[in-house]
Design a protein around this ligand. Structure first.
Ligand code: F6P
Length: 335
């Protein structure tokens, strides 16, 4: 049983203090990741500075020491206790220089950035221009980062959207209507595909596929002929025209009563499901260990049950494709 007793991690980098921030769109599980960073660091005898308001706060010097008790009762909470922002100032060299100075002034040996591709761009530039060690932790509901099977927040967003789809199905079936439902995913169809399969949708529209709208209209017409009462079409936000465009075209093409429902930011909130909490806990721990090992400029991710490191630039340069097998499966199951 000795292997289950935690032992201190080596610290060849000699890191004494790390900083952590959340950036970009909030995602359920970000708090669990912050907690994991703070508590892993405490276990290893390191200090943690929490940066408020992401890179906006960093360039203004909004840093404060946080300890294990500051993250009590946060693992189950959505949003981010550190607050987040999309920072225009960070896109300027002056903004980044000021942030780097604040980190040096506070004796911070490495920065952990919890966010998506935009946040990783910011972290990458900080490392390249100022030599500050940085580690990315994938936190976005979109699941669109190369280098990890899943991102923190994705599982919860899928559950939230699915709950809405189930409810809309009741109304759709009762009124024999078509429901076109838009889920988030600026450039990616991961949420849409999972929700479509789990929600038993007739059709799914994702940015990765440029299928003609005529095909969808035909599928909806056929489903009515087959005796289906009501149809669900899931559309990813990134599809040109969005759900409104698809819904208008379906109504015009089929003559059937069609309603459009855009789920929007509801998908970003709420208590994280267990998969997000566990992923966040493991990646937060891995981020601290990466800095202690002297690793920098990578995102920590999970592939299968293994923690892996991917250079930050690859997380946005390489595309993470949707699960094509699942896409094929979705087609079959809607006959
Ligand atoms: O990246 C996460 C995400 O929720 C996307 O799915 C969506 O397109 C975007 O953020 C919305 O951003 P904002 O909250 O700034 O409107």
């Amino acid at each position: 049983m000795t292997e289950f007793i935690p032992t201190p991690h080596p610290n060849p980098a000699g890191i004494q203090r790390v900083a952590v921030l959340t950036s970009g769109g909030d995602a359920p599980g970000m708090n669990a990741a912050i907690r994991a960073v703070v508590r892993t660091a405490a276990f290893e005898g390191l200090e943690v500075m929490g940066v408020r308001r992401g890179f906006s706060g960093l360039h203004r010097g909004e840093l404060k020491l946080i300890g294990p008790r500051d993250v009590a009762n946060t693992i189950q909470r959505g949003g981010t206790i550190l607050l987040t922002a999309r920072s225009a100032t960070w896109r300027t060299p002056e903004g980044r220089a000021s942030g780097a100075q604040h980190l040096r002034d506070n004796g911070v040996g490495g920065l952990i950035v919890i966010g998506g591709d935009g946040s990783f761009h910011g972290a990458h530039l900080l490392e390249q221009e100022h030599g500050i060690p940085v580690i990315g932790v994938p936190g976005t509901i979109d699941n669109d980062l190369y280098g990890t099977d899943h991102t923190i927040g994705y599982f919860t967003a899928v559950e939230t959207a699915l709950d809405a789809v189930d409810k809309l199905r009741d109304t759709g079936a009762s009124h024999e209507r078509i429901f076109v439902i838009e889920v988030m995913g600026r450039h990616a169809g991961h949420i849409a595909l999972d929700v479509a399969v789990a929600g038993g949708a007739e059709e799914v529209f994702i940015p990765e596929d440029d299928k003609p709208i005529e095909d969808v209209i035909q599928i909806v017409k056929d489903s009515v002929k087959k005796g289906k009462t009501g149809s669900i079409v899931i559309v990813a936000e990134g599809v040109p025209g969005g759900a409104q465009g698809v819904g208008d075209a379906i109504q015009a093409g089929t003559g059937l009563e069609t309603r459009v429902s855009i789920l929007g930011h509801i998908q970003r909130g709420g208590a994280p499901v267990s998969s997000d909490r566990i992923l966040a806990s493991r990646l937060g721990e891995a981020a601290v260990y990466a800095l202690m090992d002297g690793v920098s400029g990578v995102m920590v991710g999970r592939h299968g049950s293994n923690i892996i490191h991917t250079p930050l630039h690859e997380t946005w340069e390489k595309r993470k494709d949707v699960n094509r097998d699942l896409y094929r499966c979705a087609k079959k199951l809607s006959v």
